[in-house]
Structures are given as structure tokens and as C-alpha cells.
Design a protein around this ligand. Structure first.
Ligand SMILES: NC(=O)c1ccc[n+]([C@@H]2O[C@H](COP(=O)([O-])OP(=O)(O)OC[C@H]3O[C@@H](n4cnc5c(N)ncnc54)[C@H](O)[C@@H]3O)[C@@H](O)[C@H]2O)c1
Ligand SMILES: [Zn+2]
Length: 368
């Protein structure tokens, strides 16, 4: 078991990463000193897989547990879902000493987190992430929120959890595609901050689903440490936290253009990371080796390295221009200097991005 502290003054908390630890969560929750009432928020599927174990552990330690189910597809990351959770919180008489326990991937974590951030001006939140992406990324750092019909994550709040309890054995039931998607964020951490992580993932990347629990705990905890150190420096993303968006500029454009249906988030940012590396190479900010290491890792992870011609590089360029306008011209690129170090810039010559995207375009790739 590994413990990664997140030091944010009175909002400090611990990320605990282990294998087979769901049934012992109650001891850690007890240590938070909250009231007896807790609500587990989860999806129907995750309830039977893991939520029930969490409930049993807590009930055995005397907690008064209610359960709210929500759908966890991206469309359900909506104000309607948040409203239905508020109804459940009222119905079950949760108060300011109560806690919400989010059991699931990033969708459950973001919506349950937002309900925790806002109901009665804030309840305690325990994150129990069950996807690789949620364990290394979305459950940490306090960003919560939901989508509007006009755009993703348009409503949100910062609300740090009181505890993150990540059990890597829950990843065994995750689909191969979701697992690979989470790997894209792992590769992101290696590029932005930890060259040593490249070796660790290279050894297990092809058969991640068969990796030992120890390997998974090691990989997840290294990623958590990196995110924790960055969030500690810049909790509200005024500066350095934006390095976590490495690969996300092109990635978000790809997701938006394909209505969040064609690529998973990880697949989109995999392409985005390769685009960023190639842009850095074009402006002589990095060397060819830095580009090749990323292409090799992303390819070995079974993630796409090229852009489908059906998407069209020109429409990505147009989408990037739209995004830049929406951000009042503040769209900045996160580009690699070398593996383990990135920098922020808004000085990429206009002709470079289309050229890189065009060179990355290929006929339809088939996806498992
Ligand atoms: N708050 C943040 O900082 C942050 C960061 C990154 C992403 N996000 C958000 O996270 C969301 C994506 O999260 P995600 O990738 O975890 O996907 P997800 O929550 O959509 O889950 C993907 C699928 O896997 C299933 N699933 C989850 N855990 C499982 C398990 N252990 N076994 C079997 N099936 C399981 C879910 O039911 C779902 O069908 C997006 O909405 C994104 O905006 C938030
Ligand atoms: Zn991401």
C-alpha cells in the first residue's frame, strides 16, 4: 500500500493506493472524524461490482449509509443528474458533517464531487476511483463539474476530497479500451515530469491487463505523486497546473469534433501528445528522440498515433481557432523540451500546426 499526501493547508488529504483495499476503507473514513451519515454515489454496475463492498465495510463500523445510483455515460454528466442527487441528499437528510463517497470513474467522481461541493455549501467527499484515468487523474486535485448541451465541463467547482482510496484490483474488470485510455494519461505524466516512469511503463505496457498488482500500485502512485506536487503549487490552475493539459489542446479539439463519440479521452490525447511533440520538434524546441520515445510508447500502448482522415486536419485547425477565441486568445501550448520536462508557450508560428496535423493524417484506423 502506498500513501501520497496532498498538502494544501486545511484542505490537505491523502491518496491511498493499494490492492484489495476496498473492504478496509471504513478505518480510513473513521479517521476523518465525520458524522455517521454517508451517501455512496455510484452506477448500478459499479454498485454490484464494488459499491456493496464499500457499504459493508462502512456499515460494519457503524456508519449510516444511503446509496444513490446514477448513469455514468458522458451524457449523464448533466444538471439533471446533479438535481436527482440533490433530491436524494435531502431525502436521506445528509447534513454538513456528512460525507459523499463516489465509487466509479471520472463521470461519477466529477458529478458526485460537484454535488458534494455545492449541497449545503459543501459536504465532505471521499473518492473511490475505479478506472485507471480516475485513479491517476480525475479523483485528485479537486476539479468537479458537469457538461452543458453546449460544451463539456462548462459548470464546475473546486472541491478537494478528504480522502482518495484507489484499489488497483478494481481495474481488472475494466475493458481493455478503457485501460489503454488511462494509459495515455500515464504516458503524459512520464513526459511532463518523470523520465524514470518511461522504463516502468515500457516493461508492462503491452500486457498491462496482466501486470502484477505491485506494478499497478507503483505506476498509479507515481502518477498521483506528480499530480499532487503540481496541484500543491497551483491549486486553481493560474499557471503551472496547466502542464497537466499536455496533449489536451489537440485532444480536446478531436473529441469536440467527433462529438465525444469516436475517440475515448485517452485516445484523443494520445494523438494530441504526438502532435505537441512534433510541433516542438518543428520549432526546434526538442530533439527527434523525444518525439520517437512518445510515438513508441503510445503505439505500444495500443493507442492511435495518427489522425483519421475522416476527421480532417483542416477541421482540427478550425476547432483550435474556435477554442482559442473562446479562451480570449489565451490558448497556450504545452510542449516537451525533453522527456520529463515541458514548457508553456503561445508562440507557435501559424503554419506549423496545420503542417504537423496534415502529416499525421491517415486513412481510417480500426479500433478494438
Ligand atoms: N476532474 C478532473 O480533474 C478530471 C480529469 C480528467 C477527466 N475527467 C473526466 O472524467 C470523465 C472520464 O472518466 P473515465 O475515463 O474514468 O470514464 P467513465 O467514468 O466514463 O467510465 C468509463 C466506463 O467504465 C465503466 N467502469 C468504471 N470503472 C469500472 C470498473 N472498475 N470495471 C468495469 N467497468 C468500469 C463505467 O461504468 C463506464 O462505462 C470525463 O467526463 C472527464 O471529463 C475529470
Ligand atoms: Zn485528460
Amino acid at each position: 500500500m502506498k500513501r501520497v499526501p496532498v498538502s494544501l493547508g486545511e484542505r490537505s488529504y491523502e491518496i491511498v493506493i493499494g490492492s484489495g483495499i476496498l473492504s478496509t476503507i471504513a478505518d480510513a473514513v473513521k479517521g476523518l472524524g465525520l458524522g455517521a451519515k454517508m451517501m455512496i454515489i455510484t452506477s448500478t454496475r459499479l454498485w454490484s461490482l464494488y459499491g456493496r463492498t464499500v457499504q459493508d465495510s462502512l456499515a460494519a463500523r457503524g456508519f449510516d449509509i444511503s446509496v444513490a445510483h446514477m448513469n455514468d455515460d458522458e451524457e449523464s454528466k448533466s444538471v439533471q443528474t446533479v438535481m436527482s442527487l440533490y433530491d436524494k441528499l435531502v431525502e436521506n437528510e445528509l447534513d454538513r458533517n456528512s460525507g459523499i463517497i463516489a465509487v466509479g470513474g471520472g463521470v461519477v467522481g466529477d458529478v458526485a464531487g460537484f454535488a458534494a461541493a455545492t449541497f449545503m455549501r459543501g459536504l465532505h467527499l471521499v473518492q473511490v476511483p475505479t478506472t485507471l484515468l480516475a485513479q491517476v487523474d480525475s479523483s485528485i486535485g479537486g476539479k468537479t463539474g458537469f457538461n452543458l448541451p453546449t460544451g463539456k465541463n462548462l459548470v464546475g467547482a473546486f472541491h478537494q476530497p478528504s480522502l482518495v482510496w484507489a484499489d488497483v484490483s478494481t481495474l481488472r474488470t475494466l475493458s481493455e479500451r478503457e485501460l489503454r485510455s488511462g494509459l495515455a494519461e500515464v504516458i503524459k505524466y512520464a513526459v511532463i515530469a518523470d523520465p524514470g516512469l518511461v522504463d516502468a511503463i515500457e516493461h508492462s505496457i503491452r500486457l498491462l491487463s496482466k501486470a502484477s498488482n505491485e506494478t499497478l500500485v507503483e505506476i498509479v502512485s507515481r502518477c498521483c505523486s506528480i499530480k499532487a506536487r503540481i496541484v500543491e503549487q497551483d491549486e486553481r490552475e493560474h499557471g503551472v497546473r496547466s502542464v497537466l493539459n499536455y496533449g489536451h489542446t489537440v485532444g480536446h479539439a478531436l473529441e469536440a469534433l467527433t462529438n465525444y463519440k469516436y475517440y475515448t479521452h485517452g485516445e484523443a490525447i494520445a494523438i494530441g501528445m504526438i502532435a505537441a511533440a512534433r510541433i516542438a520538434r518543428e520549432i526546434n524546441a526538442t530533439d527527434q528522440n523525444t518525439v520517437e520515445i512518445q510515438e513508441r510508447l503510445i503505439g505500444a500502448a495500443g493507442l492511435p498515433t495518427r489522425i483519421d482522415s475522416s476527421v480532417g486536419w483542416q477541421s482540427i485547425v478550425d476547432q483550435l481557432a474556435k477554442d482559442k477565441k473562446r479562451l480570449a486568445g489565451r490558448a497556450r501550448w504545452v510542449l516537451p523540451k525533453t522527456i520529463g520536462e515541458v514548457f508553456l508557450t503561445d508562440e507557435v508560428p501559424l503554419n506549423v500546426v496545420p503542417r504537423v496535423l496534415k502529416n499525421m493524417t491517415t486513412p481510417m484506423e480500426s479500433k478494438a
